[in-house]
Structures are given as C-alpha cells and as structure tokens.
Design a protein around this ligand. Structure first.
Ligand SMILES: Cc1cc2nc3c(=O)[nH]c(=O)nc-3n(C[C@H](O)[C@H](O)[C@H](O)COP(=O)(O)OP(=O)(O)OC[C@H]3O[C@@H](n4cnc5c(N)ncnc54)[C@H](O)[C@@H]3O)c2cc1C
Length: 486
C-alpha cells in the first residue's frame, strides 16, 4: 500500500511521540512508524524516570537549555496529559571535601544553565531531608521530579492520535529512497510505502543507521548499557526523593543512584558500560553485584531481600568509549538531504527535554513551510482510572457503578479487572502483555505476575477470543505459549 504524508516520524519513543503531539497542533498529515508493537519499547521504557533540573549538562549545550526548559513545563504537561508526576527534589551526596568542591562547581554550572534553587546542604540538613542517607553533606535541587515514562509516552501518543496522527506498530523502516519530486519514499517491514516531504528520525539507538538509510552517513551511535535493580514497595518509606552520588568524571552516566518511582518502588542503578550490540539488554552478575554495594553505601538500610527485579537501558552515545562523557544532542535538518530532520545521540536528559526537542523540530519545519494551526486541537488527555490512587469513598462509588472495579486481578499493585480491560482496549490498539503491564501496572509487583498473568491471559482468551498461542509478551517472537497441555 502506498500512502502520501506531510511528515513521517520514525520511532515511537518519548521523543517521537513528543514530536508527533507537537506537530498534531497543525494542519499536517502525520504518521509515526514504530518497529515494536507499542510505544516506549526502546530507551524511553528503560531509564531512571527522573525529570532532571539541568545542572549536569555543560553550560551552553542544547542538553542543558532543553533540559531546563523541559523541566519548567513538565508538571503542567503531566497534569494536562494525566501522567503520574511528583516534584520530589533531589540530593547529590558528598562523601569527602573533594566531592563538596565538585558540588559547588555543579551549582555554578547549574546557575549558568538557569536552574533554580540549587544549594549546598550540611550533614545535619542532609539527615533531615533524607534520613538514613550517609554523607558529610550535599547539594539540594528542589526542581527535580519523578514521573512514569511509559504512561508519558502512551499519553503523548494517545493525545497525538486524538489530534489526527496515525500510529503504525510492527512497522520497521527498512529502506528510504528519494522520488523525483523531492519526496522521501519510506518502506516498512509491514509492506507499506509512505511518501513524505519531512522525514523525522527519532530512532534512538538506530538513529545513525536510519540516517545512513536516508543518505546521510557519518554518525555512529556507541551503545552504553546501564543496569538496574528494582526494589519492592516495602522499601518506599526509606527514600522520599532521588539520591545521587556527587558527579565523577567517567564514561558519561550520573553514577549509581537510588530513585523512588511514581509507582512506589525504588530503583538502584544505572551502571555505565560500553557494549557492542544496541539490543543487548542483559543484566550481568559482575555489574549487578557492585551496583547493590554502591547503593548501600548511600543508603545502608536497603537489604537484598527487597530486590524484586532488574532491567537494563542503553544510552545512545555519540561520545566513543575512548572519549567518554557527553556529546551534545544533534537536532537538525541535514543540508545534504533537505527535509530529513535528524535527532541523534538523544541520551539523558532526553525525556525531560522531549517537549522542547519537539518544539525545535517544529520550528525547523516552520522556517521552510508555513504551518497553520488547527482550530480543534485538543491539548488534554485523560487516561483510565488508577484505582489504587483513589480514596476509599471514591473506590466504593466506582465499585457500585461497575463491579469489575471490585475484582482485583493484580494483588501486589491492587489493579482491578476494569483497569485491565481499559488497558486491553487501549486507544493505540497496542496488543501485548507489556502493553497491559505498562498501562495498568499489573505484573510489576513482588510476585512478578505469578498471580495476575494467568488471569490476564484468561481474559484475553475467554473474553476477547484471542488464541493463546498468539499472545506475546512484547513484539513478535515473544509468544508466551507453544501449545496446550489439556
Ligand atoms: C540508563 C538510562 C537512564 C536514563 N535516565 C533518564 C532520566 O532519568 N531522565 C531523562 O530525562 N532521560 C533519561 N534517559 C534518557 C532517555 O531515556 C532518552 O533520552 C529517551 O528515552 C530517548 O527517547 P527516543 O524516543 O529518542 O528513543 P527510544 O525511546 O529508543 O525510541 C526510539 C524508537 O525507535 C524505534 N525504531 C528504531 N529503529 C526503527 C526503524 N528502523 N523503524 C521503526 N522504528 C524504529 C525503536 O523501536 C524505539 O521505539 C536515560 C537513558 C538511559 C539509557
């Protein structure tokens, strides 16, 4: 099938979805092509989920300015899109005088970047703000927050969808050509062909390859893995805000930190290790061993028995291993291929900065093509009810209105049958266990889906008529069942 579009966006991560939502305010015909079966299947679903303040990035860099701008608007955006967000503040901990000196320099850099309220705290204040955290003092950042990165991508995408953007999943871009009329010809693994004037490369770890496909070589992404532990919600009361060590010169991570999540867990990580494959998401014994010890040095009260899971995310670095550190984001239209807008090396703080990144893409387009605003753009999106966040009175009212709110499917996270149904019937039409997991937060508790997974599968089979052998965990190839035993 051949389709004509004004804009093709490659990649349904946080950046691609933010660009889609930004451009959906205008009279443009837009499609997002995503190789996985849902949004947030790449880096955007595998990170620390912190809304950074912007003090870590070199003054004058795009990373710094877009992060500060993103941070300023994040709370309002999450309110508009119904995404869990909490402005927690953050502490950077000093263990010695050298660390304190580094933190003073970090504050200076942060002030130059426009960060508000950064200040040094002494040991007494450290203990008061984050009881149980070791250190001789630290730095306090009041503007840092935490959010749900999955629901962030889902919400951006649903809002873009409502405003007319088309999302195509299981659609890997496999070739990009050029027509006589200066249109890009984009072919996908689903057998579809799109012609477009603007091609926006938001392909994360594959953005160098996508750029080459479009005829612009010379970029190399160096994958750099970060591994994490997830702690049970019982550890929640141990940590009110993210706690990081003072920055150290290294290969370009922020150091192993402890971060509360918007769902009430704590994550520990990430490590930083250059690897050779962009899809090697292993959690390794060597790295994980060290991770826990580093976290325990910051917060001695954590115990191994709190660990309920692990995951890894991969940074799309432009800085090669022998250089380390950070190179700035590349966000530009390529002179050699007018209409190709490359977004390359979007590592941390890419999610915090995603809306300002999207605005930059819009203004690149606007310089060449006048954009007309839609009169009927809807900026708000409301997600389904999150039952566990309601008070008892509201829960009782919902149960009386719909008995499926009274049936708990995931006991660890208190997720009701109605919420699972809302997740199955999601507006984007994403169909996988992970699509349900990230929307309803089922299977993410201590039992790791031991109780609820079979019940969810049962619903899919009995109530939606889905063949159990077709149920996948994520994209094709991750089928859960190979046949029936009875
Ligand atoms: C360990 C770690 C911690 C981080 N912590 C934070 C943090 O706390 N705060 C913060 O703001 N940022 C953080 N980041 C950075 C942030 O996660 C990224 O900057 C952001 O998620 C990048 O989004 P993206 O959309 O560019 O990439 P992705 O989310 O990877 O999206 C790219 C998409 O393109 C798709 N794709 C690739 N090739 C093709 C193709 N050929 N055809 C179709 N689709 C394709 C992929 O499947 C993927 O879904 C962290 C990153 C890492 C790795």
């Amino acid at each position: 099938m051949r389709t004509s579009k004004d804009v093709v966006i490659i990649g349904g991560g946080g950046v691609g979805c933010a660009v889609a939502r930004e451009l959906s305010q205008y009279k443009l015909n837009i499609v997002v092509l995503e190789k996985e079966c849902d949004v947030a299947g790449g880096i955007s679903g595998r990170n620390s989920a912190v809304v950074h303040a912007g003090f870590n990035n070199a003054a004058g860099s795009l990373m710094a300015s877009l992060c500060v701008e993103g941070n300023e608007g994040f709370e309002k955006l999450c309110g508009q899109l119904d995404v869990p967000y909490r402005k927690t503040g953050k502490i950077l901990v000093a263990f010695d005088d050298e660390d304190m000196e580094t933190l003073r320099r970090t504050i200076e850099q942060g002030r130059r970047n426009g960060c508000k309220g950064l200040r040094i705290i002494d040991e007494e204040e450290l203990r008061r703000i984050v009881p149980g955290v070791e250190g001789i003092g630290g730095m306090y950042s009041p503007e840092t927050g935490i959010f749900d990165p999955f629901l962030y991508c889902v919400a951006l995408a649903e809002n873009a969808l409502e405003n007319g953007v088309d999302f195509r999943f299981n659609s890997e871009v496999i070739s990009i050509g050029r027509s006589d009329a200066d249109r890009f010809i984009v072919k996908t693994s689903a057998g579809e062909e799109y012609r477009c004037r603007y091609l926006i490369n938001c392909a994360g770890l594959s953005s160098d390859r996508v750029s080459s496909m479009a005829g612009v070589t010379g970029y190399t992404i160096f994958p750099c893995r970060g591994e994490y532990f997830i702690l049970d919600k019982v550890a929640e009361q141990l940590l009110p805000m993210p706690v990081y060590p003072a920055p150290k010169k290294g290969i370009g991570g922020l150091g192993v930190h402890l971060t509360p999540t918007s769902a009430g867990n704590i994550i520990i990580g990430p490590s930083a290790e250059y690897i050779s494959q962009i899809d090697d998401l292993s959690c390794t014994r060597e790295v994980m061993g060290g991770l826990f010890e580093q976290a325990k040095a910051l917060l001695p009260a954590i115990e191994r028995k709190y660990i309920i899971g692990s995951y890894a995310g991969i940074r799309p670095k432009l800085a090669p291993p022998d250089e380390g550190g950070y190179r700035d984001f590349v966000i530009k239209e390529e002179e050699a291929r007018p209409g190709l807008i490359n977004l390359i090396g979007i590592e941390s703080p890419g999610l915090t900065a995603s809306i300002p990144i999207a605005r930059m893409v819009r203004s690149i387009i606007e310089e060449k093509t006048p954009l007309e605003k839609k009169e009927n753009f809807v900026p708000e999106r409301r997600g389904p009810v999150r039952f566990r966040e309601l008070n008892e009175e509201d829960q009782a009212r919902l149960i009386s209105e719909d008995p499926e709110y009274g049936e708990i499917i995931c006991r660890c996270q208190k997720v009701t049958k109605r919420e699972i149904r809302d997740a199955i019937e999601n507006p984007l039409g994403a169909q996988s266990i992970s699509a349900i997991k990230y929307r309803a937060w089922a299977t993410t508790g201590r039992c790791n889906g031991g109780y609820c997974l079979t019940r969810i599968v049962d619903m899919l089979v009995r109530e939606y008529g889905i063949n159990s052998e077709k149920i996948t965990y994520r994209s094709a190839g991750s089928e859960l069942f190979r046949g029936r035993v009875k």
